[in-house]
Design a protein around this ligand. Structure first.
Ligand code: AHR
Length: 342
């Protein structure tokens, strides 16, 4: 399992690392819960830590790898993991979070399917004194004390990196079809924002058409099939997909329509799953921007620090923990595919 050497605190401006949390956890202190959202008491010797985790679903290879990482790490550390799959529905996630409150778990973690609408249930969790860790996707709440920390990628930067590939590797007019992720998801919003930010100063690169594909391979294929029948479908020469799965579905549709993705149509996507490396080796995908799903070790370092020494909650309140990630193109694909873990 790849484990980033350095954890960068993004956005919050200061540096936090799990080693620091280890120090905090071991340096004494009164172990008292913080004023809000802190674990009750701490449980160094009181049986296994119980963590409720609400996963978004199983929409992509990325998500499958993320789930495996979390489950495997929980098992390795003897954590009692209560895992719920929300099947891409916010109402299912909210129901799962309420059931974690009823089960009196020690810590709750979840990847929010969309950004908004979390404030009421987060308040209920805070009232119950259970600390919350956000993973992968962010929430849009005014009261930042409703969660302890966020562990995940910088999606705006991913969008920028995708756009930079087009800037540096194309000439002439680039007419992009953008396949967006789940509507309202922080990664869909941010990846669009980062991409647009970069192309703004390169007017030869324009988004010709933009549509949702829900991060699913099948949906990516359907959307591309329909798009190819429209007048703009005859005009575009580039695809920017918010994840590899949608790109792979769209590549399939383009091939069936007699196009040559990777050559006629330049294709860039996000995640860097193994199947994307295979598509790059086949010359059908030009570049994938990494979004690392293997956050299990980082998540449970945090969970253990919080559950054993609840004062850690206040020490790290509202920090954001980032992950080191790369950008891969066809020239790197053959060499690296053997070492990819997801
Ligand atoms: O939130 C991360 C995104 O969600 C990944 O890019 C995508 O593949 C997944 O489904």
């Amino acid at each position: 399992m790849r484990r980033p050497a350095i954890l960068r605190a993004i956005g919050a401006g200061s540096l936090v690392c799990v080693a620091c949390l280890g120090l905090l956890a071991g340096c004494g202190g009164n172990g008292s819960p913080g004023p809000s959202g802190g674990a009750k008491g701490g449980k160094p010797d009181a049986g296994p830590i119980v963590m409720g985790f609400s996963q978004i679903g199983s929409e992509s290879d990325w998500r499958a790898a993320n789930t495996v990482s979390i489950k495997a790490e929980a098992e390795r550390r003897g954590i009692d993991l209560r895992f719920a799959d929300a099947q891409q529905k916010q109402e299912n996630q909210i129901r799962a979070l309420r059931s974690f409150i009823a089960q009196k778990v020690d810590v709750i973690a979840f990847s929010p399917v969309v950004e908004t609408g979390w404030e009421p249930v987060l308040r209920e969790i805070k009232k119950a004194g259970i600390p919350v860790i956000l993973t992968d996707r962010a929430v849009d709440v005014t009261d930042k004390s409703l969660y302890v920390t966020f562990i995940g990628s910088d999606f705006v930067e991913e969008g920028r990196r995708a756009a930079k590939w087009f800037v540096e590797n194309t000439t002439g007019d680039v007419k992009v079809f953008e396949l967006r992720g789940t509507p309202g998801a922080s990664c869909a919003i941010d990846r669009k924002q980062g991409f647009e930010e970069v192309i703004k100063s390169h007017p030869r690169i324009q988004i010709l058409h933009s549509q949702d594909g829900n991060f699913e391979r099948g949906r990516g294929k359907e959307v591309m099939e329909a798009f190819l029948k429209t007048p703009k479908g005859k005009e575009f020469n580039a695809l920017y997909a918010h994840n590899d799965d949608m790109a792979l579905g769209a590549i399939q549709a383009m091939k069936e329509a007699g196009l040559k993705p990777g050559a006629d149509i330049k294709v860039v996507s996000v995640d860097a799953v193994k199947a994307a490396f295979e598509a790059m080796i086949a010359g059908e995908l030009n570049c994938t921007v990494e979004c690392n799903p293997l956050i299990g070790p980082q998540l449970f370092d945090m969970v253990e620090a919080i559950a054993k020494r609840p004062y850690v909650v206040e020490a790290i309140r509202s920090q954001r923990l980032g992950i080191e990630e790369g950008v891969y193109d066809q020239s790197a694909a053959k060499k690296l595919i053997g070492s990819r873990k997801y």
